[in-house]
Design a protein around this ligand. Structure first.
Ligand code: NAP
Length: 245
């Protein structure tokens, strides 16, 4: 079994991976960006804060010899993912990308896929009440949306916010019943989300389907080429066990 693994985190999968690796006796260092005020910490060692770009990550990897890096960041954390790929090339430290699959539409879904938050904002013009669940970053894209925006995030979002906004601070997982009640209470007409995938925040999609509401879904940024990608924690563990990372 590999001795020391850097897990780039900030997701539920990263926490589960850190727990599983720790249980297996692997020396794990989880890295968090430090965006969330009170993060749910994984077991094992944790470091918090940016590395300082590719050069910083390269220096970190060289200063603390690491057998492998698992990039388990969120599918939309494109900057960290690109930096990890570059640092792996520079240092030769093997890199594996853990990325959960995106969501798949079911019969009855009215999903409108777009490429960016700006396109998402354009797609909701004309709706009176919008549920914006794209996280606290990038809300400036919705600044000129004329409808009322219910904005949900874990920590308070930084301005600029949508002109007419109600902020709801909450951390998933959410139940379908709660999401349905929330959509009704705020008379939501359209839901905006990133294609984050996973079960933690999927209930809003089910609730939207049940209520016949359209969903504007922001496509994921592309992954850097040449990096092996696996969809589950179990697949990472199998790779590490067989030293095939
Ligand atoms: P990003 O745009 O890809 O990264 C921007 C910078 O933040 C990176 O260059 C790096 O700074 C630092 N950073 C990001 N992830 C880090 C990590 N795990 N450990 C240490 N530094 C990290 O990232 P983001 O979209 O702001 O996301 C930040 C964190 O929130 C990520 O860990 C991600 O997993 C989590 N998250 C993101 C989203 C989302 O929608 N984007 C949703 C849920 C959770 P330096 O250049 O200084 O190294």
């Amino acid at each position: 079994m590999t001795s020391r693994v850097l897990v780039l985190g900030g997701t539920g999968e990263a926490r589960r991976l850190a727990a599983a690796l720790t249980d297996a006796g692997v020396d794990v260092v989880s890295s968090l960006a430090g965006r969330v005020a009170e993060p749910v910490l994984p077991p094992g060692q944790v470091r918090i804060g940016g590395f300082g770009g590719v050069a910083g990550l390269v220096a970190w990897l060289r200063a603390a010899p690491t057998a492998a890096v698992v990039d388990a960041t969120h599918p939309f954390a494109a900057g960290m993912t690109a930096a990890a790929a570059e640092a792996s090339t520079v240092t030769g430290v093997p890199l594996l990308r853990l990325q959960r699959p995106g969501w798949t539409a079911r019969p009855g879904d009215d999903w409108r896929r777009v490429d960016s938050l700006a396109e998402a904002a354009a797609a909701v013009v004309g709706f009176g009440s919008v549920f914006v669940t794209t996280g606290r970053q990038g809300l400036a894209a919705f600044a000129d949306v004329p409808g009322h925006c219910l904005v949900r995030s874990v920590d308070p979002p930084a301005p600029p916010l949508p002109r007419r906004a109600t902020v709801l601070l909450a951390r998933g997982p959410f139940t379908v019943a709660d999401e349905r009640a929330l959509l009704r209470r705020h008379a939501v007409e359209v839901v905006v989300t990133k294609d984050s995938g996973g079960s933690m925040t999927a209930a809003k999609l089910t609730a939207a389907r049940e209520l016949g509401l359209p969903v504007v879904l922001v496509r994921r940024p592309p992954l850097p080429p040449g990096i092996p990608v696996v969809p589950t924690v179990e697949a990472v563990l199998a790779r590490i066990r067989s030293c095939a990372i």
